[in-house]
Design a protein around this ligand. Structure first.
Ligand SMILES: [Zn+2]
Length: 129
């Protein structure tokens, strides 16, 4: 499990095991109709994304971590440069939290899958033959 492999799969919407198939049906997280629709299995290697019922409850931890990261970055920016009041800062923080929600939703699920499914080169090469 390498950080580079996990980051690539997460940002590129690729299967964590083969880095070929897409996890979500649509690459655009802001697509209202299919933005959160996942493939049941990887179209390339056949990995079943939702291993069991409730599997993605764990992705909430990833989502929480990502959102806290946004809060910490905004708080640090405020402490160092902006010096806004707490009410204004919280109002401003909520903007990227809501705007980035579709992205963090997808990233958290792919990160969660990556925790249990490491990248395997043999699956990436399998159907290239
Ligand atoms: Zn795959």
């Amino acid at each position: 499990m390498s950080i580079i492999n996990i980051l690539y799969a997460t940002v590129a919407n690729k299967c964590p095991r083969c880095h070929k198939g897409q996890v979500f049906v649509n690459n655009n997280p802001y697509n209202i109709k299919n933005g959160v629709k996942m493939n049941e299995r990887c179209p390339h290697c056949g990995l079943k994304y939702e291993r069991e019922v409730g599997y993605f409850y764990g992705a909430m931890y990833m989502s929480y971590t990502l959102q806290v990261g946004v809060f910490v970055i905004m708080f640090a920016l405020n402490t160092l440069w902006w010096h806004l009041s707490n009410r204004l800062l919280i109002s401003i923080i909520l903007i990227p939290v809501f705007v980035l929600f579709p992205v963090t939703f997808r990233w958290s699920r792919i990160l969660w899958i990556s925790f249990f499914t490491p990248y395997d080169k043999s699956f990436a090469k399998e159907s290239e033959q």
